[in-house]
Design a protein around this ligand. Structure first.
Ligand code: UGC
Ligand code: NI
Length: 166
């Protein structure tokens, strides 16, 4: 038996329990460089916890997921945040869950589109990167340094994401 997961629109309010949506927010716009550039300031905050922790910048090249997709696991990074910003204008899926006593609750699925990115706060349950349609690159800012920054959980039941109509 598998539980079908609905796909929700990604909004700052809906995603607030998990982190931040990274998108050009007019409320954070500043004109800089003599008016030639608009800076959308401090859209999200990076967390890098523990001794000798550092904030690192990566590129993830994600292969597209196939659907229907069975969500059977989640992960989290107790020592730092993790952001994903698409380097191509392709949508991608963001799968997160509230924590219930140290394990993830039922996943929630958000569709990030129009260049939207996200920043998971430290220790937020999420599914590894889910690119859609074609291999896609993402700028990923997360925590480097010593210590175990990955906790994984295997669900006892399967959750299914049906084909996404883009
Ligand atoms: N393992 C790794 O760096 N990637 C995951 O953390 C992910 O969220 O995709
Ligand atoms: Ni991760």
């Amino acid at each position: 038996m598998s539980i079908r997961l609905p796909v929700e629109k990604l909004t700052p309010e809906a995603f607030a329990p998990f982190g931040t949506v990274i998108a050009p927010d007019p409320a954070r716009a500043k004109s800089i460089n003599g008016g030639t550039t608009t800076r959308f300031h401090a859209l999200a905050t990076c967390e890098a916890l523990g001794t000798d922790a550092e904030v690192i910048i990566n590129i993830f090249r994600g292969s597209p997921r196939r659907f229907p997709y069975q969500v059977d696991m989640m992960e989290r990074h107790p020592l730092g945040s993790q952001s994903f910003s698409p380097l191509s204008p392709r949508p991608f899926l963001v799968v997160v869950a509230e924590d219930h006593g140290g394990t993830p609750a039922k996943p929630r699925v958000f569709l990030a589109e129009n260049g939207e990115g996200i920043n998971y706060r430290a220790n937020v349950w999420h599914h590894p990167l889910m690119a859609l349609g074609e291999t896609s690159d993402f700028l990923v800012v997360d925590r480097g340094g010593p210590g175990d920054n990955l906790e994984e959980y295997i669900y006892p039941a399967l959750f299914t994401i049906e084909e996404i109509d883009l």
